[in-house]
Design a protein around this ligand. Structure first.
Ligand SMILES: NC(=O)c1ccc[n+]([C@@H]2O[C@H](COP(=O)([O-])OP(=O)(O)OC[C@H]3O[C@@H](n4cnc5c(N)ncnc54)[C@H](OP(=O)(O)O)[C@@H]3O)[C@@H](O)[C@H]2O)c1
Length: 436
């Protein structure tokens, strides 16, 4: 009888459990689509409860790496442990031992891309990482195989469901940040420690992977500008709404005449932009190509089942290659090994966009004249201004919001530094970039 393709599953957590369920439910379909039998025969896990509920027998599970990595019978290793310690060793050793690897580990791929991707190019086995960005939306496959005829100028969007859930709650229920975060945690949309999601690091990991794929290079995660959503206040949401905008956390991977630009920050986007209607934990990505024009993909960006769907999609692609005795897959990224070189990002100081600036000022004569003079002296032209009255105890302070025309980031930052030194400024000025 023909030998089945054999899989070892490392990590039976949220995604690993989803993969086991998907295999259980869609096994016949998966075999039909590969054209060969495929089985999960081993797992790496240390939690006895997870092992018990996995349906695998105790002799199929171990917490020893050698148990899966040194077994010549294993064809595909699925790394779903996360982090950059043991996961890195699993991926590199598995590739080194001639096995194919599927992973969802965006943190590892972003922060160690200079080690992992060259190893995947050199390996005999195949590599899949679709689940690392936007869960169930096959955006990496689109970039690697669908839009390869195009010069890509932008990949940007909402790629963190937790942050989007919180901003959606703040927008729809007028919640403050803390209330929206607590609600997200209660419903399982935010982890007990949500730092990576709300501070933008998770989005930045995905931006780094998207930069690598869209622009044929290896980018340095540390060069990505990262701002999270923790400083967004209900007043920002309210004023954005009055002016026809919605606030979203965007990840951006852009190529322009200035160079490559990778950044993560909250943005005001026009309500008629499709991304503004992406609510709750959902993700959406805009890709612009020079022949393609703009396309948007929308769907579940995380969660056990959507992420498992992406993992199994990779398993099926690799299963087909193994079943047909193919020697090469499409490149792991979108370019050949020879053209895969390190590339630099421009600094955030170099960007130009429109800005929302919220100042908190003492309500007295002459304040606006001084602020607008500083902005004028720094080449910033004001498009509109809103002033809100608010009594915060003994001192009457008012939020004053300026919407600027296109301006240079470094000019805006210099203005803010000067404005925040004025004696009548009560709080540091808040800046949100406008997605023009
Ligand atoms: N969850 C999502 O929606 C999602 C979406 C996209 C991508 N991802 C990525 O997918 C990966 C897995 O995420 P997850 O949410 O499934 O994580 P998870 O629920 O924490 O699962 C990880 C599993 O690995 C086990 N593990 C940790 N160290 C181990 C070791 N040394 N040996 C054996 N087992 C070990 C953990 O056991 P213990 O719990 O006992 O430590 C846990 O069962 C991560 O890279 C993540 O970024 C997740």
């Amino acid at each position: 009888m023909e030998k089945p393709i054999k899989i070892a599953l490392c990590g039976i957590g949220t995604v690993g459990k989803g993969v086991l369920e998907l295999f259980d439910k869609n096994m016949a379909l998966i075999r039909q689509r590969i054209g060969k039998d495929i089985q999960i025969v081993k797992a790496l896990e240390k939690d006895p409860e997870k092992i018990k509920s996995s349906g695998l027998t105790s002799d199929q599970v171990s917490d020893s790496l050698d148990f899966v990595l040194e077994d010549p019978e294993i064809d595909i290793v699925i790394e779903l442990i996360g982090g950059d310690t043991i996961a890195k060793e699993i991926i590199l050793r598995a590739l080194d031992n001639g096995k194919s690897v599927v992973t969802a580990n965006k943190a590892l791929l972003a922060e160690h891309s200079d080690v992992i991707f060259p190893a995947t190019y050199a390996a005999k086995g195949f590599f899949g990482f679709e689940a690392s960005v936007a869960g169930g939306i096959p955006v990496l496959r689109n970039l690697r195989e669908g839009f390869t005829g195009d010069e890509i100028s932008e990949v940007s969007g909402i790629i963190n469901g937790t942050a989007n859930y919180i901003l959606s709650s703040m927008t729809e229920n007028n919640d403050d940040f803390e209330t929206a975060l607590a609600e997200a945690q209660k419903l399982g949309y935010a982890e007990a420690d949500p730092t990576f999601d709300i501070e933008g690091n998770d989005t930045a990991h995905k931006v780094c992977i998207l930069l690598n794929l869209a622009y044929n290079g290896l980018f340095d995660f540390k060069q990505i500008h990262i701002e999270g959503i923790t400083k967004i206040e209900p007043i920002d949401i309210e004023i954005a709404r009055e002016m026809g905008y919605t606030i979203k956390l965007l990840g951006k991977a852009i190529s322009s005449e200035k160079g490559y630009d990778g950044r993560v920050h909250p943005s005001l986007i026009k309500n008629n932009n499709l991304l503004a209607s992406v609510k709750g934990p959902f993700n959406a990505l805009l890709i612009k190509g020079n022949f393609l024009g703009p396309t948007i993909s929308y769907g579940a960006g995380a969660g056990s089942h959507p992420t498992a769907s992406a993992v199994v999609g990779d398993i099926i692609e690799i299963g087909r290659l193994l079943a047909n005795d193919r020697k090469h897959q499409t490149f792991p990224l979108s370019c050949t090994n020879e053209t895969l070189i390190k590339k630099e990002l421009i600094s955030i100081d170099e960007i130009e966009t429109e800005y929302y600036l919220r100042l908190t000022v003492q309500d007295k004569a002459g304040v606006l004249a001084k602020v607008t003079k500083i902005m004028g002296d720094n080449n910033i032209s004001i498009r509109s201004m809103i002033q809100k009255s608010e009594n915060n105890g003994s001192v009457v302070s008012v939020p004053v919001v300026f919407f600027t025309h296109n301006a240079k980031e470094k000019d805006v930052q210099r203005s803010i530094e000067q404005i925040d030194q004025l004696s009548f400024i009560e709080q540091p000025t808040r800046l949100i970039r406008i997605d023009a």
